[in-house]
Design a protein around this ligand. Structure first.
Ligand code: SF4
Length: 473
């Protein structure tokens, strides 16, 4: 039997516990691969380490209970879990010395050279896994009749004169018709379904037409927005509802509304099903994709919350980061969500290129006003040069001085880059104000403004949120 184990890597125990307490995102990429592999006759087991607390010995025993000699073990790796995932590769290679160890996921895609240099990693899948994994397994089973060069989009290595040489095969084209892929294999993720059985998590599109300099969406999934049809999305919802009887749906697409016609059709399907079952659902969107027509149909179909990546309240900073959004569009989107009683979950980033203490302070105040005036919820993160982003490729161009090289600290909570006018300590202080102090004091005390000035800025944001006359910021 051709047995495969797919492992979702995790980070620290503290991180795992926090993940379990909050909503837990299923390893959608692994679940998608699992379905595809099963279609091709492989036996698949998924081990999601965000949900487990194994000692090293227990981990090996658990894997051995799944398979005595798997053909392949795949490990999915993110930037912050790189160290842990390399440790996993070392453990599994020692426990199963004939098994091929394959890494995939965002960090594997962007840092394949570094990861392939590790003695325990045999192959790396770059980018989307679905178009590469079946040919790769064919090569693993029949290396002579199906040479590695026939497998698209992977990294592999050979030893020559005592040197390790890392090779890439030709890039694979992106999958254009996502409807040809099977539904993700939630069945294989039973334990987690038990943990969050009331939510179905879906990713129904890939790629983003925008190119924000801090985001890796474009380099990971391309600039063309590709999506499942509304019919495919609705069929998946009904299929899993019949099995799991969930109440809510979380669309984890980067931008669910990028194709409005499709989004409206999904909403219409949900409305048509409401006499049997109505779902609460949440999604992510850009603010400029919201208008009265779409928001009204979203509300009628059960949408309770939209995540907006607002990032900054400075037009100059928005332009510099390639967001292509006008400040007034942000206010308009927030007014519309308020009108239709949909809660916006707004995220902001501080320490972006060209920031100074005033722009950071304005963003913190705006994020706070959104919450205090009852317009939605806000979270603030710190600029992090994740691999695959423009700010990672070319930090000097954006005036970023990367002070922290240890990527296990790349987590949006830790200051990593300094700017000409902003130190790591300024970012630490700003982040601390937002996460710990803002309920006791109104003034972040970053830019030397008086309480009167802070009050005026807050009032201006409040007026603009309510659509009243404003002095402008
Ligand atoms: S931040 Fe959002 S809008 Fe910008 S590139 Fe990433 S996914 Fe697209």
């Amino acid at each position: 039997m051709n047995e495969i184990i797919l492992i979702g890597g995790s980070t620290s125990k503290k991180d795992r516990i926090q993940q379990r307490e909050r909503y837990k995102m299923p390893p959608i990429g692994l679940l998608a691969l699992s379905s595809l592999l099963k279609m091709h006759g492989y036996k698949v087991n998924i081990c999601d380490l965000y949900l487990e607390d194994f000692s090293r010995k227990e981990f090996v025993e658990y894997l051995q209970s799944l398979s005595k000699s798997p053909l392949m073990i795949g490990v999915s790796v993110y930037t912050e879990s790189e160290q842990e995932c390399l440790e996993i590769c070392s453990i599994v290679k020692k426990a199963f010395n004939k098994t091929k160890v394959v890494m995939g996921g965002p960090q594997a895609t962007f840092a394949y050279n570094k990861l392939m240099d590790n003695e325990y990693v045999d192959f790396i899948i770059r980018g989307e896994g679905e178009s590469k994994i079946i040919p790769l397994l064919e090569h693993i089973k029949n290396p002579n009749s199906f040479p590695v060069q026939n497998v698209p989009g992977i990294a592999w290595k050979k030893e020559e004169n005592g040197h390790r040489i890392i090779n890439l095969t030709e890039n694979a084209p992106m999958i254009t018709n996502l409807d040809v892929l099977p539904f993700p294999d939630y069945e294989e993720w039973k334990l987690s379904m038990k943990n969050c059985s009331h939510i179905l998590t879906m990713v129904t599109s890939r790629g983003c037409p925008s190119s924000c300099i801090f985001c890796s969406s474009k380099s990971l999934s391309g600039s063309k927005y590709r999506f499942n049809s509304s019919e495919w999305v609705f069929s998946m919802i009904i299929h899993f509802y019949k099995i799991y009887k969930f109440d809510s749906i979380a669309f984890f697409d980067d931008t669910l509304l990028a194709n409005k016609l499709r989004a409206k059709r999904i909403c219409k399907y949900l409305i048509s099903y409401a006499d049997k079952k109505s779902f609460n659902w949440v999604c992510k969107s850009r603010v400029d994709m919201i208008d009265e027509e779409i928001i009204s149909i979203m509300k009628n179909s059960g949408c309770g919350s939209i995540h907006f990546g607002i990032e900054s309240i400075s037009q100059k900073i928005l332009d510099r980061m390639g967001k292509r959004v006008k400040i007034e569009t942000i206010f308009k989107a927030l007014r519309l969500t308020k009108k239709y009683e949909i809660r916006p979950d707004c995220s902001f980033i501080i320490g972006l290129p060209d920031e100074n203490l005033e722009t950071i302070e304005d963003t913190l105040l705006f994020a706070d006003v959104i919450e205090k005036e009852g317009f939605g919820a806000s979270v603030v993160g710190i600029t992090t040069p994740f691999p695959g982003t423009e700010i990672c490729e070319n930090p000097e161009k954006f005036g970023l001085n990367i002070k922290v090289k240890d990527i296990s600290k790349y987590n949006l909570n830790t200051p990593i880059c300094e700017l000409e006018d902003v130190t790591l300590n300024d970012l630490r202080k700003a982040y601390f104000f937002f996460t710990h102090q803002r309920h006791e004091t109104n003034n972040p005390n970053l830019a030397g403004r008086t309480s009167e000035e802070i009050k005026k800025i807050r009032q201006d944001f409040t007026n603009r949120l309510k659509g009243e006359v404003s002095i402008g910021v």
